[in-house]
Ligand binder design. Structure first.
Ligand code: SF4
Ligand code: SF4
Length: 496
């Protein structure tokens, strides 16, 4: 365990007193040239970086009216100040959303507003200097782009967009983050975050078929690159090998098997995640996403279903249509894209699956709403479907379920602490401290209802919780997939 103090969990949430600068030291590793250049960014800080940064900021506010409105409209009402999990967990005032925005806003004012040009001090405008850049690098990598602050802002100011813009500017001047950019480069080259080539992926899937056959006696297939399949499944590559994700993949495969749906994975598009959203860069966002369209066309599928990944679902739900659409070659009877929970829910509603809840009787379950699903997308055709559908799938698979406190679920959910490109060991202190509000809500249901399992539909949340739960004295294996629960409960072979 790293050298810092894990925040205490209390009976009731307490807004901490300010401790200025406590997280000023927190910075992720900077990307070397080999991880910058494949993304089209300079390999190191460019000579005239100040003017390049200011120019890029100007381009971004020209392109995005929303960003300009966010930078122009804050009235400093303070409603967001205690809403960020990183402020609650670290007490560093620069982790208050309004203060984070001001890091960029102050530069915007200096160069793009009349008052800032002539009376900079009066309006809090600042020159673009190396100190400012360093501060950006630190504190814009202490925002998981979870959008919780925007729910409470009377103007709907979205700090996630501000943070994405700042990261895009930093990449443009040659100061990128190693973790995200290294991963994006792997997707460009091989097709997934892990750098898992096609033979290794095929081998893994064959192994899973054998495991499931040994366990159930049923030939559940994990097909790869199968032309003419009805469904292309796009899922996070973590699902292919790591606990607690792999149970989810087994669950999807059992659902497809039991429903008699011919499906396939793709070695060309073997990744649902799109970390380009975290660095706010449109060109890379498109380059990663287009592989999915290419795979769907090549394989001749009729539907695209997305596995359990929070930000991937946001990209799919909110951006795919304009980014890589139109999807006029797919079956019009199914939404594009469709979430795996939506598909399973639909099959449950139609009586196409038999689920034995008692198979999960050792588990008392709660559900963590992942930020990107909760606040940046929807699911199904009903309002709030992103809250209802995963819970309905869980409740069809288990007998014992308890939600966490209302202020910590649905659109008010707390980030796991590792989203937005921060799921890297060089940010462990931030990740542990940022998880404190979620851990506190979890503790409440553990103490009052005996909860011993937290389900989630996001690969980042699952990985983050497996790592930080022990810091708060919870077992690391109490986090798992929603489809891991389905996998246990589903009765194979009981339906035609
Ligand atoms: S988007 Fe989330 S992480 Fe970023 S400032 Fe707002 S609440 Fe904090
Ligand atoms: S809630 Fe909105 S308007 Fe109020 S300080 Fe925060 S960002 Fe500004």
């Amino acid at each position: 365990m790293a050298n810092f103090e894990t925040p205490a969990l209390r009976e009731y949430p307490i807004i901490p007193l300010i401790h200025a600068g406590t997280m000023a030291h927190s910075k992720p590793f900077v990307a070397k040239a080999e991880y910058q250049q494949p993304l089209g960014f300079p390999g190191a800080l460019v000579d005239n970086w100040e003017s390049v940064a200011v120019k890029k900021l100007g381009e971004l506010v020209e392109e995005s009216r929303a960003l300009r409105v966010f930078l122009d409209s804050c009235v400093k009402c303070g409603a967001c100040t205690d809403k960020c999990h990183y402020y609650l967990g670290t007490s560093d005032p620069k982790n208050m959303p309004v203060a984070r925005q001001d890091l960029l806003r102050s530069v915007y004012r200096r160069y793009y507003t009349l008052a800032g040009k002539f009376f900079p001090k009066l309006v809090g405008a600042r020159d673009m200097t190396k100190d400012v850049l360093d501060e950006w690098y630190s504190y814009f990598h202490q925002c998981s782009q979870c959008r919780r602050c925007s729910v409470f802002c009377p103007y709907g100011i979205d700090t996630a967009e501000v943070s994405m813009a700042a990261r895009d500017i930093m990449d443009t001047v040659g100061v990128g983050q190693k973790y995200s950019n290294e991963i994006i480069a792997k997707v460009h080259k091989i097709g997934n975050n892990l750098g898992l080539p096609e033979p290794a992926l095929r081998n893994t899937l064959d192994g899973l078929e054998e495991d499931v056959k040994d366990e159930t006696g049923v030939d559940v297939k994990f097909p790869l690159d199968e032309k003419g399949a009805e469904v292309l499944l796009i899922t996070p590559s973590a699902d292919f090998f790591a606990e607690p994700h792999i149970d989810g993949l087994i669950g999807y495969a059992k659902v497809f098997h039991q429903a008699g749906i011919r499906w396939t994975l793709s070695s060309h598009a073997s990744e649902a995640a799109n970390f380009s959203m975290f660095i706010g860069n449109h060109d890379n966002l498109h380059k990663v996403a287009i592989r999915i369209r290419e795979a769907a066309l090549d394989l001749g599928v009729k539907r695209i279903v997305v596995g359990e990944c929070g930000h991937a679902w946001r990209v799919a739900y909110s951006f795919w249509n304009t980014l890589i659409g139109p999807f006029d070659f797919l079956d019009r009877n199914y939404p594009v894209p469709q979430h795996i929970c939506e598909m399973t829910y639909d099959l449950i509603q139609r009586g196409a699956l038999t689920l034995d809840r008692s198979a999960n009787d050792g588990k008392i379950v709660t559900y963590h709403d992942s930020c990107n699903v909760a606040r940046a997308s929807r699911m199904g055709s009903m309002p709030g479907g992103q809250f209802v559908i995963p819970r309905a799938v869980i409740k069809a698979s288990v007998n014992k379920f308890h939600d966490m406190e209302p202020g910590s679920i649905h659109e008010s959910t707390f980030c796991c602490g590792g989203g937005g490109g921060l799921l890297t060991d060089d940010l462990m202190e931030l990740r542990v401290k940022g998880a404190q509000p979620r851990m506190q809500a979890l503790q409440h249901v553990v103490e009052n209802h005996g909860v011993n399992y937290m389900a989630a539909i996001c690969a980042i949340c699952k990985t983050q919780f497996a790592k930080v739960l022990p810091y708060y004295q919870f077992p690391m294996d109490m986090i798992g997939s929603v489809h891991g629960l389905v996998s246990k409960a589903i009765q194979l072979g009981t339906k035609e």
